[in-house]
Design a protein around this ligand. Structure first.
Ligand code: NAP
Length: 263
């Protein structure tokens, strides 16, 4: 963790920022003047790449290894951040995993891991962040959801459950914190080109594209720009909303008749 600073640089913590969306969000926020805490779980080398991309652009960041599905590790991370910076302006709960399995054969472990990483982690991080933010009467929490919370994807009962619960969690927390100067939002991407999705077979990629009215996946930096905007003061009238960025898929699916048969 960095030397204690004078407390005048805004601080953002991005979970799961060693690659994919988390990296793009960390780079974008650092480019807008935030000192970014780049959290990662296992991949130190990739996290260092995020750090170098931030530094190449003149930004400031610190790496912090913690498994955010573990409350003890989350607590240690936030305590270190608070000690070093004495503030937290933006929390982006981005870390997430998939363990796609059809429900009939889904292993208990796949359910438990997804619920812990995609939902439990958000609870633990918010629990730590909210006290400091409410005390300062300032802060924004952006939870990274998924369009899978809005349109069913077979094989994702675990992931769809976690991401759907995230919507209710965020809305309710936003209501509780509205009088305390803290905003809570969900940014829910559809298919985005990251390591999570690049392993998908070609036919699945073709099939997903056929169902997206705008005919393209999102790029991580497009999601990152949206996150940065909704975390900024320019968006200070937004709280409790879910912003879906999926090429129009969930909003327009029925009108376009793009529902795939036999799913
Ligand atoms: P990704 O490429 O697989 O990256 C996941 C990141 O999360 C990695 O940095 C990983 O760290 C970290 N992570 C996973 N579990 C963690 C834990 N317990 N503690 C700390 N870090 C953890 O995934 P992505 O595509 O960028 O997805 C990011 C978020 O966007 C997820 O919440 C995902 O559900 C959501 N999303 C993605 C898409 C998409 O199409 N890509 C669509 C909708 C929603 P290590 O590398 O160190 O393990």
């Amino acid at each position: 963790m960095a030397e204690p600073d004078r407390g005048d640089t805004p601080v953002a913590l991005v979970t799961g920022a060693s690659r994919g969306l988390g990296r793009a969000i960390a780079v974008e926020l650092a480019g807008r003047g935030q000192h970014v805490i780049v959290n990662y779980k296992t991949n130190r080398r990739e996290a260092e790449e995020t750090l170098s991309q931030i530094k190449e652009r003149g930004g400031a960041a610190t790496l912090f290894q913690a498994d955010v599905s573990r409350p003890d590790q989350v607590q240690a991370m936030f305590q270190a951040v608070f000690k070093a910076h004495r503030r937290l302006d933006i929390l982006v709960n981005n870390a997430g995993i998939t363990r796609d399995e059809y429900f009939l054969t889904m292993r208990q472990q796949s359910w438990d891991e997804v619920i812990a990483s995609d939902l439990g982690a958000v609870l633990y991080c918010c629990k730590m962040a909210v006290g400091l933010m409410a005390g300062a009467r300032r802060g924004v929490i952006v939870n990274i959801g998924s369009s899978s919370a809005l349109s069913a994807r077979p094989g994702q009962v675990n992931y769809g459950t976690a991401k759907s619960a995230l919507l209710g969690f965020s809305r309710t927390l936003a209501r509780e914190l509205a009088g305390k100067g803290v905003r809570v939002l969900v940014v829910a991407p559809g298919f985005t080109a990251t390591p999570m999705t690049e392993a998908l077979p070609r036919e699945v990629i073709r099939e997903t594209l056929a169902r997206i009215p705008l005919g393209r996946w999102s790029l991580p930096r497009e999601i990152a720009r949206a996150v940065a905007f909704f975390a900024s003061d320019a968006a200070r009238c937004y709280s409790g909303q879910t912003i879906v960025i999926d090429g129009g898929r969930t909003a327009l699916e029925q009108e376009y008749g793009l529902q795939v048969q036999g799913e």
